[in-house]
Design a protein around this ligand. Structure first.
Ligand code: N01
Length: 578
């Protein structure tokens, strides 16, 4: 892969905007800012672009939204010229795509790699953000766009005795650039979330012994990943805009068949047929087999029973199969998508250790101790996930009005209006921040919608001469309450997942993403924009200002797909989000 170097020119003292992070959010933000005539500097801690895909290089890492939709939709030319090789693109190909985008849109000249932002401080008098980096760099900017990612800050549980362990300890979210060869080694994997489920089958192919430490069993659906059929790709490309438009009107921002009928209105035979059909298609759309699976426990029990039956049908040892069968709500934690995950436990050198009741006691030089027994290992893989949604904000000292830090403001849980901005922090944007659909939508579409909306707001502020924008506290409070209220309707709020911050001890328990449906959220953003940014204070705006001009956001002004988001569903806040 040939890449042009990022900027080595002297850092400008000032820019219209600082972008923090050069993942998919940061890259698109840079592109849009340029398009609208704003100058920008983007800082990236990694030595390459790609964000979470840069760091998550563990074996088997790949997207689980189909590649033809897990990609930017803003450029018809890009859609035509890029060709994905597999149904679910592997990490290396997603990285190649991110690098291609950086080159094709000439983004690198504004990106500073290997540079971590350590603080962002709002200077109230001058209405400027002062952004400082670990290398001593400093830039002042009117706007700060946080493109720090939702799942980027690794969760590293501090197991006792880790320093004593004689072998290497890896985290899936900070995988070594040159890869790891486990051939002939005894490997321990801690965790059974998406990262573990993708990596375990491949680690098992190399390792001489593999021990998996499971705290919570996981539901996972087969990926049936395969090379993409060129005819299918050509068909999609012949009418790509139509697919993109359909995706935009769907609850998750990507398109797949959804059956909105309630599960309990079907007969047992009909339900089974639907589940079998959906299982045969595989992937996240399995949860779209019926419309009420995340709203009715009775309905959910039927899909959970079906999934447990599948596990028992694959795993030969009944005791291991029992341990692998989750007993919580199906899809409550993020559903996983796998290739040969359960079958891996049929291999004689793969063992599962239950740490749900007897947690990992400690590491020793030789391995990992559970209930007084040492499980020997030459290497340990922590597939222990992320401090989701807010973890990357916590790593930067962000100080707003009156010296208030974001960490202090968010101590009891994140508070942000629409998940795009937080009162007390003027001119600070949060791309896919807490309170927006973010991780419950196809991430790249969620990013694009946010960035389009944000840059349109910046352009409007320029039109009307506003110095700052900031949410009104009352509107922010009402939004946070709404996000919480909508989450209560879904069974997803009922378990200890990273959606509620429960995977990291000590974090406040708050359902962080907006679960009311991506297009419903987009409509709300559009309404707020069309209403002259109601809910926001635009300080310094000239009176008699014109209505905001809809620029980049135009493509998000699409009607809801009433086949899957009916008025009744909207009234009951039961929009099926898989
Ligand atoms: O992290 P996770 P992940 N002792 O939090 C366990 C996205 N993603 O990196 O469930 C023992 O899901 C923890 O146990 P428990 C996707 O959105 C996407 O796998 O908390 N175990 C759990 O089993 C995903 O949901 C892809 O009880 C401990 C595991 O570690 C999100 O990222 C691929 C422990 C962590 O699972 C996070 O996935 C990968 C402890 N002290 C990730 N602490 C795609 O396919 C934690 N665990 C696109």
């Amino acid at each position: 892969m040939s890449v042009s170097p990022s900027s080595s020119a002297p850092l400008p003292a000032a820019a219209d905007a600082v972008v923090v992070g050069a993942g998919f959010g940061g890259l698109y933000a840079l592109h849009c800012l340029r398009q609208m005539g704003f100058s920008a500097v983007c800082f990236e801690a990694g030595d390459g672009v790609g964000g979470t895909w840069y760091w998550n290089r563990y074996p088997g890492a790949r997207c689980d939204v189909e590649s033809l939709q897990y990609s930017y939709s803003f450029s018809p030319e890009l859609d035509q010229e890029w060709t994905w090789s597999e149904k679910y693109a592997p990490q290396a190909e997603i990285m190649a795509y991110a690098n291609h985008v950086a080159d094709r849109f000439d983004l690198r000249r504004d990106i500073r790699l290997s540079t971590r932002v350590v603080s962002a401080t709002f200077d109230e008098k001058r209405a400027l953000w002062v952004v400082e980096t670990d290398g001593g760099g400093r830039v002042e900017a009117r706007f700060c766009l946080m493109a720090v990612g939702c799942l980027s800050s690794a969760n590293k549980p501090p197991f006792a005795g880790m320093a004593d362990f004689k072998g290497p300890i890896y985290h899936t979210g900070e995988w070594p650039k040159d890869g790891v060869d486990f051939t002939g080694q005894r490997v321990a994997v801690i965790g059974t979330g998406s990262s573990a489920i993708q990596s375990i089958p491949l680690i098992a192919e190399q390792a001489s012994a593999l021990t998996v430490f499971q705290r919570t069993a996981t539901y996972t659906v087969p990926a049936y990943n395969a090379p993409l059929d060129p005819e299918h790709v050509a068909k999609v490309k012949a009418d790509y805009p139509a697919l993109r438009a359909r995706a935009r009107s769907r609850p998750t921002g990507f398109y797949f068949p959804i059956n909105t009928a309630p599960a309990m209105e079907a007969t047992e035979e009909e339900r089974r047929r639907k589940y079998e059909e959906a299982w045969a298609r595989g992937g996240l759309p399995f949860l779209g087999a019926f419309g009420d699976l995340l709203f009715s426990k009775e309905a959910n029990d039927t899909i959970a029973d079906f999934a447990r039956e599948k596990i028992r049908g694959i795993v030969k040892d009944p005791a291991t199969a029992d341990l692998l069968c989750p007993d919580n709500v199906f899809g409550c934690k993020r559903l996983c998508v796998d290739t040969d995950y359960f079958a891996t436990y049929n291999k004689p050198h793969v063992k599962l250790v239950d740490v749900s009741k007897t947690p990992i006691e400690r590491f020793t030089a030789e391995g990992i101790v559970v209930a007084g027994k040492t499980y020997p290992a030459d290497a340990v893989v922590c597939a222990t996930g992320f401090a989701a949604m807010t973890g990357s904000y916590e790593k930067i000292r962000i100080t707003g009005r009156d010296g208030l830090t974001l960490a202090e403001k968010w101590r009891a849980g994140p508070r942000a209006y629409l998940g795009v901005a937080s009162a007390g922090f003027p001119n600070l944007f949060m791309i896919t921040g807490p309170g927006s659909p973010s991780v419950l939508a196809s991430m790249i579409q969620a990013i694009e919608q946010h960035v389009d909306w944000m840059v349109d707001l910046m352009a409007h502020m320029r039109d009307v001469g506003a110095r700052t924008f900031e949410p009104r506290v009352a509107d922010e409070d009402a939004w946070v309450e709404h996000v919480n209220e909508v989450s209560q309707v879904s069974l997803r709020s009922t378990c200890s997942s990273w959606y509620v911050g429960a995977n990291v001890p000590g974090r406040p328990r708050v359902f962080m993403p907006y679960i009311g449906g991506f297009p419903v959220y987009v409509q709300k953003c559009n309404e707020i924009m069309d209403g002259g940014y109601s809910g926001f204070v635009l300080e310094g705006a000239k009176s008699g200002k014109a209505a905001p001009e809809v620029r980049l956001t135009k493509r998000w002004h699409v009607p809801l797909d009433m086949d899957v988001i009916s008025p009744a569903m909207l009234a009951a806040r039961r929009v099926p989000v898989v």
